[in-house]
Design a protein around this ligand. Structure first.
Ligand SMILES: Cc1cc2nc3c(=O)[nH]c(=O)nc-3n(C[C@H](O)[C@H](O)[C@H](O)COP(=O)(O)O)c2cc1C
Length: 198
């Protein structure tokens, strides 16, 4: 699930929420999965991965991750990302382009202390995306953290990211193939609304 808080009342946000509600009613599985694409300056490569979108708060889309992971390194040098959702239950794709930033330490701490101990042990013990000898070692590190670490203290290497889109495309698939593509582009603080061909 995605939690909406004081949702921004501009058109693309309202449309996002209305599509979310439709997908939720249609029992969309893994409804919070969102792909985040990054550009890495060092290698000149783009990469993508799914994360869980936890909140849409005003105009901020918020997820959580490891601040030393490859994606985090990419955000440091290139803070522009592309985000992508597909809700198969209603055949809707939502594309976004945005600038991304870290949440504050206070925000991270407040969020962390309200999560389950098991989730926190994983966040603390995982050196995300770094090589490890075996999966068994992952489990050992996790159990060690579960038994020994302060599971209410958010480590400095873990926390939230917020991105605020400046571009949305809502794609609605139709059986006729007459798919509807609706664009919202923020220009000088106003949303320009348009349609593109399927
Ligand atoms: C549905 C789904 C949700 C995921 N949610 C998260 C998440 O919220 N945060 C996260 O760090 N990784 C999440 N992952 C794992 C990431 O896809 C990825 O493997 C990990 O963040 C490392 O990415 P990186 O090496 O590009 O930094 C999720 C994977 C899937 C398939």
């Amino acid at each position: 699930m995605i939690q909406f808080k004081n949702l921004n009342q501009e058109e693309p946000y309202l449309l996002f929420k209305s599509k979310y509600d439709e997908a939720y009613s249609a029992e969309q599985k893994v409804i919070e999965a969102i792909s985040i694409s990054t550009f890495e300056n060092k290698t000149n490569e783009v990469d993508s991965r799914f994360v869980n979108l936890k909140f849409v708060s005003d105009n901020e889309f918020i997820f959580f991750s490891n601040y030393k992971s490859p994606k985090a390194n990419s955000f440091e040098t290139h803070n522009q990302i592309a985000a992508l959702i597909y809700w198969s239950s209603i055949n809707v794709q939502i594309r976004m382009k945005a600038k991304i930033r870290k949440m504050s330490n206070d925000y991270n701490q407040r969020y962390f202390e309200n999560r389950s101990k098991k989730k926190n042990a994983l966040a603390i013990s995982s050196n995300q995306s770094k090589p490890i000898n075996s999966y068994k070692q992952v489990i050992e590190n996790y159990n060690k953290s579960l038994n020994n670490d302060n599971l209410k203290k958010c480590p400095e290497y873990w926390g939230g990211y917020s991105f605020t889109p400046y571009y949305f495309e809502f794609w609605e698939g139709h059986d006729s193939r007459l798919n509807k593509r609706e664009i919202f582009e923020e220009i000088d603080g106003c949303w320009r609304h348009s349609f593109v061909q399927p």
